[in-house]
Design a protein around this ligand. Structure first.
Ligand code: SIN
Length: 278
């Protein structure tokens, strides 16, 4: 397998490997490469639904996708789709970690490119290790004592669905009252495999900080969210049809970019189950 790191501090392109035909030793090697680089891109990997499912299962069990209808007959594949004439902001077009409001958010996300516009539609990734490590030691200590509140209410409550023009999407969103629930997670999590610390908040799902009054909580979150996605921590990923990406949802946030009105963009997504953050 050939691994070429990007020039942005994290992320790598991986070639010379057949994803449908990996030995156990190759899966182990790939896992280590993934843990080291956080976002892997595999160009030129045509994949059927069955191949995407089978490759995902080599990495772990499927996670659970709430609030978005899966592909017919494939309950673990979501289709991220935007039509040429669609006017709503792209799905995932704000910084987030997938389903961070779950008790056990996904460890990994896989995204396979089916139809990519000639311009725009990049995915940006932000490195949560680097964001944490760039903070002053005293700030790090303080943040490690805090608990963040996560919720799916902004995009997936009935009210959020309407405010986000959900009914106009080509993707079928399934809003629910369960999106109003709040989950507590450490604001700085320890990655269960690398043991490195991650600044683990995101713009979409982190709604507050436990124990701080609303003004203090909003002010600190605003500052930390801006810090976590500074240009120096961001890798801007350009897609090509048949490219697969695999990212570590425990250490990176991502943001689907627009800029391709008039073109279709379609990708298929699976997730690998994760652990409760600590
Ligand atoms: C997502 O947030 O899951 C979608 C990312 C993308 O479409 O680039």
């Amino acid at each position: 397998m050939k691994v070429v790191p990007t020039n942005t501090g994290f992320g790598a392109h991986v070639t010379n490997l057949e994803l449908g035909n990996l030995t156990e030793a190759e899966v182990t090697e790939l896992r280590n490469v993934w843990l080291a680089h956080q976002v892997l891109a595999f160009p030129d990997q045509p994949m059927t639904h069955a191949m995407l499912e089978a490759f995902t299962l080599r990495l772990g069990e499927f996670g659970h996708d709430p609030y978005v209808a899966p592909i017919d007959g494939h309950q673990n594949i979501l289709e991220v789709r935007r039509e040429p004439d669609e006017k709503v902001a792209p799905f995932g077009s704000a910084w987030h970690s997938d389903w961070s409001f779950q008790e056990k958010p996904p460890a990994a996300t896989l995204l396979h490119a089916k139809e990519i516009p000639p311009v725009g539609g990049d995915t940006w990734y932000a490195d949560g290790y680097a964001a944490f490590e760039a903070l002053e030691p005293q700030t790090r200590d303080y943040l490690c004592s805090l608990t963040a509140l996560h919720s799916a209410r902004r995009p997936y409550s009935h009210q959020g669905f309407i405010a986000g023009r959900g009914p106009e999407r080509s993707m079928q969103i399934l809003p629910s009252d369960s999106a109003l629930e709040v989950m507590e997670h450490p604001l700085v999590r320890t990655h269960p495999e690398t043991q490195r610390k991650v600044l683990w908040i995101n713009q979409v799902y982190t709604i507050g900080i436990k124990g701080l009054d609303a003004d203090k909580s909003n002010e600190l979150l605003k500052r930390l969210l801006a810090h976590s996605v500074e240009e120096r921590f961001v890798y801007k990923h350009r897609w090509f049809t048949n490219m697969l990406t695999l990212w570590d949802n425990r250490s990176v946030q991502h943001f689907a970019q627009g800029g391709y009105d008039g073109h279709r963009r379609v990708l298929h997504r699976t997730i690998v189950a994760g652990d409760r953050p600590f």
